[in-house]
Design a protein around this ligand. Structure first.
Ligand SMILES: [Fe+2]
Ligand SMILES: [Fe+2]
Length: 137
């Protein structure tokens, strides 16, 4: 079972970005609970929401980085496109009728993607935003 906690080390210090990371993690934990309960219909609903929330989050984060003129903004946007491709790939496979065991396995992968890539990847612009006064240390 996947259970992620939003630890302090994952904070970017930008309140809007941190709030949406918390929401993404909450949805992922909810999918995991639904998967544990064997509720595939609920997993499906939440998986669609997860994919949409990730998409909106990436777009909002890119706007923050672009308006702050973060030098790595384009590279980070490219990174988001890759992540979104993986999230959508998982969603597509899932909607095609993956069974509950595949969903549970896939969730582990998705959780790793969110933690190692989405949240930690964002720590690369943390100090830049703090320097610009857009995030709090
Ligand atoms: Fe992010
Ligand atoms: Fe990001």
């Amino acid at each position: 079972m996947v259970s992620i906690r939003f630890l302090d080390g994952l904070r970017t210090g930008h309140s809007q970005i941190d709030d949406s990371h918390r929401i993404i993690i909450d949805i992922l934990n909810d999918i995991s609970l639904a998967a544990e309960a064997g509720n595939t219909a609920r997993c499906r609903e939440l998986m669609i929401v997860f994919s949409e929330v990730c998409e909106l989050h990436f777009a909002a984060e890119e706007m923050v980085l672009n308006s702050a003129r973060f030098p790595g903004a384009e590279e980070h946007a490219q990174f988001h496109r890759q992540l979104l491709g993986r999230v959508r790939g998982f969603l597509g496979h899932f909607l095609d009728g993956a069974d509950i065991f595949e969903i549970r396995d896939g969730l582990e992968e998705l959780a790793g993607l969110i933690i190692d890539d989405v949240v930690k990847g964002d720590l690369s612009f943390r100090s830049y935003l703090i320097e610009k006064g857009l995030a709090t240390p």
